[in-house]
Design a binder for this molecule. Structure first.
Ligand SMILES: [Zn+2]
Length: 430
C-alpha cells in the first residue's frame, strides 16, 4: 500500500469515529461482541516488492446493538479503498457457480420471470450468477463497483454498470425506464457501509409486485459454530433474521419467505417484497424468528460470551501447530480466502508454521497474505512439496477441497480443519 493510499485510509478511519451509533437504527453502541485485535485489510494481498514496506493495520473489534441486534464493525476503511480493485473472482469456486445456477432456475420459476422481466444483481462480481439468466430468457443488469471484476462480466456479454448501489443510482436507473422484478443481493449486504441508503435504493428500484432476495451468512451459525474468522474489515455487518425484519420494516418492505442454505458455513436466503405487496408471508418466517429468540439472539448475554470461544479456538489451533512443528512436520495451507487472513493474523500464524499456501485464483499467485506474509502458490505446489499437513483455510469448502485433493493420501498427508475447533482428517480413511 503506498503512502498516499495509507493517508486516505487513515482519513477515512478518523472521520468514521464521528459516526455516532448503530449503522441500521442509530442507537448508541456499548456492547462488544468480539475483539480480534489489529489486522490488515484481508483482501490486500501483497506483491513481492511490498513485503518490506509498512502495512496498514486496523482494529477488528465487533460491537452489537442492543436495540436491533445488528452485529457490526465500525467503519475504519473507506469503501473506495476496498472495492476498486478486488481480488475475489466468484467463478473460481466450482460449487459456488453451481449454487448460483440452481438459484437462477428456481427463482425464475417461482416468480414466473420471462422476456419482459428484469433481474438486477447488486455486486454482480464477474457475472458468475447473471450468466445463467439469458439461457432462461430473462434480461439482466449487473451493478459492480470493482472495475476489474466488472470487466470480466462485460466481456462475457453481461450488461454491467461499474458503480456503487444506493438511492442515487436507483433513481438514475428508474429515470432510464429500468425497474426490477427481481433484485439479487448475494453476500453483499455485509459489505455495505451505508445500509439504509442501500436498502432504500432497493425499495426505489423494485416494481410494485417485485421480489428482493438476499443471501448472507447467518449470525446464529457464526455464534453456534465459532466462525470468528468470517469477521473481517470488508464485512461491516452480521445479520440474524430478527435484524433483517427490523431493517425491512424501516424501509417499507417485509419478509415473505426465508430458506436456510449450507453456503459460507450456514446462510439465510430471505425474500422481501413491498410492505403492501399481495405476496403471502410463509410460515417459515415466523418459525425461524421464534427459533432465533429461543437460541438467545435477542439476549445480550449470548453475544457477550462469544469472545471467550474465539480465544479458546486460537489456543487449540496454536497448540496443534506448535506440537506438529516440534515433531518436525511440514505444514502448508490450502486457499487464501479473506477469512483465512483473519484466522492467520488473530492467531499469528506466519511462514514459521505454514511454508506456503495455495489458491486456484491466478491473481493471487506470487503474492503474499496480508500481515503474515505467507507466499501463495498454484495448487500444484502441494504435489511438489508433499507436506505432512494441509490446513484448509476456506473450511466452508472443505468437502469439495478434500475430494479434489484426495490423492495426497499417497504420501500420507492429512488435512487440518481449524473451525469450529481443530480437526485432523486422514483422506486414506474416507
Ligand atoms: Zn441498531
Amino acid at each position: 500500500m503506498n503512502i498516499q493510499r495509507l493517508d486516505a485510509v487513515r482519513d477515512a478511519a478518523r472521520s468514521s469515529h464521528l459516526v455516532p451509533g448503530c449503522r441500521l437504527c442509530g442507537s448508541r453502541l456499548s456492547h462488544t461482541f468480539v475483539d480480534l485485535g489489529m489486522s490488515p485489510p484481508c483482501e490486500s494481498f501483497l506483491q513481492a516488492e511490498d513485503v518490506d514496506q509498512m502495512e496498514a493495520y486496523f482494529p477488528l473489534k465487533v460491537l452489537v446493538c442492543e436495540t436491533c441486534y445488528l452485529v457490526q464493525l465500525k467503519e475504519y476503511m473507506s469503501p473506495e479503498s476496498i472495492f476498486t480493485e478486488y481480488a475475489y473472482f466468484s467463478s473460481f469456486s466450482t460449487s459456488w457457480v453451481a449454487h448460483a445456477k440452481l438459484y437462477c432456475e428456481q427463482v425464475a420459476q417461482r416468480l414466473g420471470l420471462g422476456k419482459d422481466s428484469l433481474a438486477v444483481e447488486l455486486a454482480s462480481n464477474d457475472g458468475y450468477l447473471l450468466q445463467h439468466f439469458p439461457q432462461l430468457g430473462v434480461p439482466v443488469l449487473g451493478i459492480e463497483p470493482a472495475a476489474n471484476v466488472a470487466r470480466v462480466a462485460i466481456d462475457k456479454g453481461i450488461p454491467t454498470r461499474v458503480d456503487f448501489f444506493g438511492e442515487r443510482l436507483a433513481r438514475q436507473l428508474l429515470s432510464e425506464g429500468l425497474a426490477a422484478d427481481l433484485i439479487i443481493g448475494n453476500n453483499v449486504l455485509a459489505q455495505v457501509p451505508d445500509l439504509n441508503d442501500f436498502v432504500g435504493g432497493m425499495k426505489i428500484l423494485l416494481k410494485p409486485e417485485g421480489t428482493i432476495t438476499l443471501e448472507f451468512p447467518h449470525v446464529e451459525r457464526l455464534i453456534a459454530e465459532n466462525q470468528f474468522d468470517t469477521i473481517y474489515h470488508e464485512h461491516f455487518s452480521y445479520f440474524s433474521l430478527v435484524t433483517i425484519a427490523a431493517m425491512a420494516l424501516r424501509h417499507g418492505l417485509r419478509l415473505v419467505d426465508v430458506e436456510e442454505l449450507s453456503t459460507h458455513g450456514g446462510s439465510l436466503r430471505v425474500y422481501l417484497a413491498h410492505h403492501d405487496s399481495e405476496q403471502r408471508t410463509s410460515q417459515r418466517v415466523d418459525d425461524l424468528l421464534a427459533r432465533e429468540r429461543r437460541h438467545g439472539l435477542t439476549n445480550m448475554s449470548t453475544y457477550a460470551s462469544f469472545g471467550h470461544k474465539a480465544a479458546m479456538a486460537k489456543r487449540d489451533l496454536l497448540a496443534f501447530l506448535i506440537s506438529a512443528k516440534n515433531e518436525g512436520k511440514r505444514i502448508c495451507g490450502y486457499g487464501a480466502p479473506g477469512k483465512g487472513n483473519t484466522l492467520l493474523n488473530y492467531c499469528a500464524i506466519g511462514p514459521d508454521f505454514l511454508d506456503f499456501t495455495v489458491d486456484r485464483n491466478p491473481y493471487k499467485h506470487g503474492r503474499f497474505t496480508p500481515g503474515m506474509h505467507i507466499p501463495i502458490r498454484p495448487v500444484a505446489a502441494i504435489d511438489d512439496a508433499k507436506p505432512d499437513y494441509i490446513l484448509i483455510l476456506p473450511w466452508n469448502l472443505k468437502d469439495e477441497i478434500i475430494r479434489q485433493m484426495s490423492h495426497v493420501a499417497a504420501w500420507g498427508a492429512k488435512f487440518v480443519v481449524p473451525i469450529p475447533f481443530v480437526t485432523v482428517i486422514d483422506p486414506s480413511e474416507l
